[in-house]
Design a protein around this ligand. Structure first.
Ligand code: AP5
Ligand code: MG
Length: 214
């Protein structure tokens, strides 16, 4: 299964991605996670990406596209993959089409998580992530048993640098301007699967799994 998860910041892409990749046994490719790992390791790519991410802006296409192109050539993508947060511009979408067609592959579905702005801000602001294992919590919807401590590994929970109200609002604006045109792009190709992302996470996953089949 070759899938894309499309949706604004805080829509629940990462949350649904975890459930989807488990169900379909495919790798989860999140460009946001790749950049955050590079920032943590202090790489040149991480340093460049951070400048944009902290402002809520998109990292330039030329830095993103080659990373995804390389990742898709890896052995574990043979049976499929789930792209989370890529493509994010029409240019990235066209580049992806090109690389897939060179590989003789086609996308199966593009899952579009639709969530209204007020919910998005609440989800992003309340998100907490384990510094050690990456488990994602929400202070209201999925709180840890002990405040600030990961249930799974006992690690400390932290907030993403770009999860401030101001930056989340900027990220949502950027999404409307630069990413939303991809909805029509994939709708015209007959690939779009519209999902109401404002429900609880299990109902959303049920709807996605029903539509994708096995
Ligand atoms: P990225 O990391 O992709 O962030 P994003 O798109 O802004 O999305 P988020 O990760 O914030 O939200 P999500 O939809 O994954 O929600 P989640 O499941 O965590 O990108 C970050 C930055 O990197 C970008 O701004 C850009 O600078 C750069 N970048 C990345 N890719 C790029 C690209 N292709 N091109 C250029 N630049 C790029 O859920 C959020 C919270 O809500 C969690 O706490 C969760 O527990 C909770 N939650 C989830 N679902 C539900 C539910 N149904 N009900 C209640 N709570 C829920
Ligand atoms: Mg995410």
């Amino acid at each position: 299964m070759r899938l894309i998860l499309l949706g604004p910041p805080g829509a629940g892409k990462g949350t649904q991605a975890s459930a989807i990749v488990e169900e379909y046994a495919i790798p989860h490719i999140s460009t946001g996670d790749i950049f955050r790992e590079n920032i943590k390791k202090g790489t040149e790519l991480g340093k460049k990406a951070k400048e944009y991410m902290d402002k809520g802006l998109l990292v330039p296409d030329e830095l993103v596209i080659s990373i995804v192109e390389d990742r898709l050539q890896k052995e574990d993508c043979k049976e499929g993959f789930l792209l989370d947060g890529f493509p994010r511009t029409l240019n990235q979408g066209e580049a992806l089409d090109k690389v897939l067609s060179q590989m003789g592959l086609k996308l199966d579905r593009v899952i579009n998580l639709d969530v209204e702005k007020e919910i998005l801000i609440g989800r992003a602001i309340g998100r907490r992530i384990c510094k050690d294992c990456g488990e994602v919590y929400h202070i209201k919807f999925t709180p840890p048993k002990e405040e600030g401590i990961c249930d799974k590994c006992g690690g400390k929970l932290h907030q993403r640098d770009d999860d401030t109200v101001e930056t989340v609002e900027r990220r949502i604006e950027v999404y409307h301007k630069q990413t939303e045109p991809l909805i029509d792009y994939y709708r015209e190709k007959g690939l779009l699967l519209d999902i109401d992302g404002s429900k609880d996470k299990d109902s959303i996953f049920e709807e996605i799994a029903k539509a994708l089949g096995k």
